[in-house]
Design a protein around this ligand. Structure first.
Ligand SMILES: *[C@@H]1O[C@H](CO)[C@@H](O)[C@H](O)[C@H]1NC(C)=O
Ligand SMILES: *[C@@H]1O[C@H](CO)[C@@H](O)[C@H](O)[C@H]1NC(C)=O
Ligand SMILES: *[C@@H]1O[C@H](CO)[C@@H](O)[C@H](O)[C@H]1NC(C)=O
Ligand SMILES: *[C@@H]1O[C@H](CO)[C@@H](O)[C@H](O)[C@H]1NC(C)=O
Ligand SMILES: *[C@@H]1O[C@H](CO)[C@@H](O)[C@H](O)[C@H]1NC(C)=O
Ligand SMILES: *[C@@H]1O[C@H](CO)[C@@H](O)[C@H](O)[C@H]1NC(C)=O
Ligand SMILES: *[C@@H]1O[C@H](CO)[C@@H](O)[C@H](O)[C@H]1NC(C)=O
Ligand SMILES: *[C@@H]1O[C@H](CO)[C@@H](O)[C@H](O)[C@H]1NC(C)=O
Ligand SMILES: *[C@@H]1O[C@H](CO)[C@@H](O)[C@H](O)[C@H]1NC(C)=O
Ligand SMILES: *[C@@H]1O[C@H](CO)[C@@H](O)[C@H](O)[C@H]1NC(C)=O
Length: 835
């Protein structure tokens, strides 16, 4: 394309730009009418008017559908009960009314067909109307000028449950979100099937046909995560039930790069998980509820259960029960269920049945411990069963969840195994089973004797264990025992010969992490770096930072695990502490202590907050970083080169003590040589030593270079990668070097803190900074000398030579090659170019 054409197009674009509002929103004063659409920023969803295929007569609806899917797939409908006749004489419009409501009105006479129906309080006083935007998640939202969401289509679901959406139930108001199926494919009006939480307990979800239950999910067990795999494994779905004490909701998210996936309540009464198969151009069904007859609500009758652990699931009677009518049962009609073989007596005991989806009709007894729950049922003769679970997150005040049953046990299911989602132990009262409180007399002697024997054995065992333990504790310097994260799912020991043998390192299960981060929801994310995303969450009552590593590690699980355990053994007051990890399938997550004051860059480079770092604090921070780095380089049992030291990787605790984060990452990612050439350049341009950035050679001295840059940043409060020039200089290093040369190094000190500054200390820091950024790695000091100088202010410090920055003018080509490997940082590459 030649230049004149390009200019012409540019002018055209410029001409048209101011006239068209972004087309992901409803423009003020420009109502939406049939034929017009709103497309989300990102392009995934479209809002507009549609007529369902084979709808007769052709009715118009306002709805949202997938933009890229050729077969019209509507995920939300506004006026599902009030269709608009498609005739050109009365063009309907959607507009923002001056009551701050979305209004869908008929062409003739402005008859209101549908509205968001918000009662507004501020509409007359505020001249600004809210904004109606279609998000790329598929939610159409009404946002007030101050940014609060007034209304969103995600909170008014129709028949489709999209990733990020919630099906909620509120404990106080008992308000529930309900999915309702379409009547048939050509008619979005309310069908007979609905999906929502149980209006009674709110702790389980139901699919209803009218008012009759069709399918019931397992009740909430504290956390519940189930994963679904598409055949090719990349389409993971993380589903969870979150209970925050105020409301309980079902939600899910997708793995990165998964195909378009949705849950939909079909007009034929199935709750389906579907994923779009591009090559076949169909919605592939990944999961379906109810799945088979045996899965239907109450199919096996009272006291019967569906045995899903069999290859072909079948109805069976619970232990102690037999079919009510043998004839019916054997001819495959199970609805009459089962009856007791022997009548119950008040003192009968309980049989524990593991791996059960517990029956419906429970009474949720609040405020009962495990023992109290069992006692609650044992002392009440009409109680036939109980089930309790430990809650990993006690949002409701209870640390356990206690259910008791008095009536028929209906809709019980045996799960494939005890690890299946929603599987728990049911304690069933059975005739003839002795209750621990009412032991029959002739057995007393036998029992007393056996109890005595076991007590003796137990005492011996615990004595031996105690001796071993206390011995072990004395030997163990790095005892992480205290840090074991409560009674979460913790697997210890990885087999003989592994480095964990003498080391209690908590492995946390993935489903717990999914639970506490609400499926890695954006609002839990506190950072993102080269190695992955970081989330903040509460784990067993403490705040932790969870790093979800990106999946490009080329190490095997076993090696990776060994590296993690080695790294976890590094402990220093200037290093962020690794508390645990999770390795499951592709997922690698590290759990760190959470640092309330965030990272150094968040304070240092914020004009509002930088004054929180006065000179004494900054000097302490520089010294702390130096000590942490020295420990990594020399004092730890293995030599660790950080390779990505920067202000963003220094965290501050509540007393502004610095802690280095992300150490050992390069090692975990499979580059564990001491000094090496590497094709994979990790790190951040600007902080990277020239020999590393340009030739991929790294050593402890490349960390020293980064430390130098960081020191100059802390002194000056100026970012190495700041885009604007500093005075007439291209970057911070050039600026610092020139001030130093002209004996005006004090001018480098951040003007905002110059009052609290001690000149000798500041000059020392500038000099060390410049020594560390010298071109020749051999000229740069070791961290041990840096720490010594900072602590003692040595008189005989070398004079820095001209820094690396000026040296290379002919290596830009190589740099550019490096930048393609690291494209995310390529914008800051100019920092290293000579003039
Ligand atoms: C409404 O009807 C007209 C003609 O009757 C047709 O061209 C148009 O596509 C219809 N609109 C929709 C959304 O189906
Ligand atoms: C709006 O809300 C009022 C009261 O809540 C109700 O009576 C009315 O029917 C609603 N209108 C529409 C169009 O939903
Ligand atoms: C809103 O608009 C209607 C006419 O469309 C007008 O009668 C009414 O006064 C307006 N209300 C406010 C609060 O501006
Ligand atoms: C934002 O505006 C809405 C009304 O438009 C009001 O209800 C809400 O309180 C406001 N929120 C804040 C934080 O100002
Ligand atoms: C739903 O209920 C209706 C009658 O209430 C019944 O005719 C229909 O077969 C049921 N459908 C399913 C899928 O259970
Ligand atoms: C697996 O599925 C994803 C999403 O549907 C698709 O992008 C990817 O190409 C598939 N991979 C293979 C190997 O089929
Ligand atoms: C689509 O379906 C075909 C046939 O079942 C399967 O081979 C292919 O992997 C699927 N593609 C995706 C992206 O799931
Ligand atoms: C829970 O039970 C204990 C005694 O078992 C009682 O002291 C406490 O007040 C109860 N708490 C609530 C919230 O009911
Ligand atoms: C026994 O349990 C039944 C059913 O839960 C309940 O109605 C009754 O009040 C309980 N009796 C006692 C004494 O707790
Ligand atoms: C609940 O936790 C306690 C210890 O806190 C444990 O003894 C008990 O076995 C656990 N119960 C279940 C059902 O997991």
């Amino acid at each position: 394309m030649d230049w004149s054409a390009l200019t012409y197009i540019t002018i055209l674009i410029l001409l048209f730009l101011p006239m068209s509002a972004p087309d992901d929103r409803l423009a003020p004063g420009k109502p939406l009418s049939p034929g017009m659409t709103i497309v989300s920023d990102g392009g995934a969803f479209t809002l507009g008017f549609f007529s369902p295929a084979n709808s007769t007569p052709a009715n118009l609806y306002l709805g949202i559908w997938y933009s890229a899917i050729p077969e019209l797939t509507v995920v939300w409908v506004a006026n599902r009960e009030t269709p608009i006749r498609n005739d050109t004489s009365s063009q309907p419009t959607l507009y923002l009314a001056n009551t701050s409501n979305l209004v869908l009105a008929d062409g003739d006479g402005g008859h209101i067909i549908w509205t968001t129906n918000l009662t507004t309080t501020t509409s007359s006083s505020s001249p600004l109307l809210p904004m109606a935007v279609l998000l790329n998640t598929g939610s159409f939202i009404l946002r007030s000028p101050n940014g609060t969401t007034l209304w969103q289509s995600f909170e008014h679901p129709t028949d489709t449950f999209l990733p990020g959406m919630r099906i909620r139930a509120n404990y106080k108001t008992h308000a529930r979100d309900i999915l309702v199926s379409w009547k048939h494919p050509g008619d979005p009006s309310l069908g007979s099937f609905s999906y929502s939480s149980d209006p009674g307990s709110l702790l389980q979800f139901f699919l209803w046909n009218g008012s009759r239950p069709v399918y019931r999910s397992a009740p909430w067990t504290g956390y519940q995560v189930s994963s679904q795999y598409q055949a090719n494994n990349s389409n993971l779905v993380y589903q969870s039930i979150i209970n925050n004490g105020e409301e309980i909701y079902l939600t899910y998210s997708l793995a990165d790069g998964a195909a378009q996936t949705r849950y939909v309540l079909t007009y034929s009464g199935k709750f389906q998980l579907q994923s779009w198969n591009k090559s076949l151009s169909v919605w592939a069904v990944l999961g379906e509820w109810p799945n088979w007859e045996c899965d239907r609500y109450g199919y096996c009758g009272p006291y019967g259960y569906c045995d899903n652990s069999e290859v072909v699931p079948t109805c069976k009677c619970l232990q102690g029960f037999q079919p009510t009518s043998m004839g019916e049962w054997s001819s495959g009609r199970f609805s009459e269920g089962c009856q007791r073989k022997k009548a119950l007596h008040c003192g009968d005991g309980f049989l524990a049945l593991p791996a059960i989806k517990v029956p419906d009709g429970f009474v949720h007894v609040l405020n009962r411990s495990m023992e109290e729950c069992a006692a609650e049922c044992a002392r009440n003769c009409s109680c036939v069963a109980y089930a309790q679970v430990n809650l990993s997150t006690s949002t409701t005040g209870d640390s356990t969840r206690c259910f008791v049953w008095a009536g028929d046990l209906i809709d019980t299911e045996k799960k494939i195994d005890g690890n299946a989602a929603g599987s728990e132990t049911l304690h069933l009262r059975i005739a003839g089973l002795a209750d621990s409180g009412r032991i029959q007399e002739r057995n007393i002697l036998k029992i007393v004797l056996s109890i005595l024997a076991s007590v003796l054995v137990l005492m011996c065992i615990s004595l031996v264990t105690w001796i071993c333990r206390s011995k072990g504790k004395r030997q163990r310097r790095d005892n992480l025992n205290r840090l074991v994260l409560g009674d979460l799912d913790i697997h210890e020991g990885f087999g003989a010969g592994s480095p964990t043998e003498s080391f209690d390192f908590p492995m946390v299960s993935f489903k717990i992490i999914v639970g506490v981060t609400n499926n890695f929801q954006k609002s839990y994310m506190i950072g993102q770096g080269g190695f992955g995303k970081v989330y903040k969450a509460m784990l067993d009552g403490r705040e932790v930072a969870i790093k979800r590593l990106s999946k490009d590690s080329n190490q095997g699980i076993a090696e990776f695990r060994n590296e993690v355990v080695l790294i976890a053994k590094l402990q220093h007051r200037n290093l962020v502490r690794l508390l645990g990890c999770c390795l499951e399938g592709d997922e690698k997550l590290l759990i760190f202590e959470y640092m309330p004051n965030k990272s150094l860059d968040a304070l240092l480079f914020s004009s509002a907050r930088k004054t929180m770092l006065d000179w004494p604090t900054r000097f302490r921070i520089i010294k702390g970083i130096a000590k942490g780095l020295l420990y990594l380089h020399q004092d730890s049992r293995m030599k660790i080169i950080h390779r990505d030291l920067k202000a963003g990787n220094v965290l501050l605790d509540e007393e502004m003590r610095p802690k280095i984060a992300d150490f050992g990452m390069a090692r975990m990612f499979g580059d564990s040589q001491q000094k090496a050439d590497t094709k994979r350049v990790v790190g951040t341009y600007g902080y990277m030593a020239p020999e590393y950035a340009m030739r991929g050679i790294f050593s402890a001295k490349s960390d020293v270079y980064s430390f130098g840059v960081l020191t100059l940043e802390v002194v000056s409060g100026v970012k190495i990668s700041s885009t604007g020039h500093i005075k007439e200089f291209d970057n911070l290093i050039a600026y610092a070097w020139n001030l130093w040369k002209e004996r005006k190094a004090m001018d480098l000190v951040d003007a905002d803190i110059v009052k609290s500054c001690i000149p000798d200390e500041a000059l020392l820091c500038v000099q060390i900074g410049l020594l560390c950024v010298q071109d020749n790695p051999n000229d740069r000091p070791l961290m041990s000398s840096v720490v010594f100088i900072l602590e003692n202010g040595s008189a005989a410090i070398p004079i820095p030579s001209q820094p690396a920055y000026f040296a290379h003018t002919d290596e830009q080509t190589e740099l550019v090659r490096g930048s393609t490997e690291n494209s995310k940082n390529s914008l800051t590459i100019t920092v290293l170019q000579g003039r």
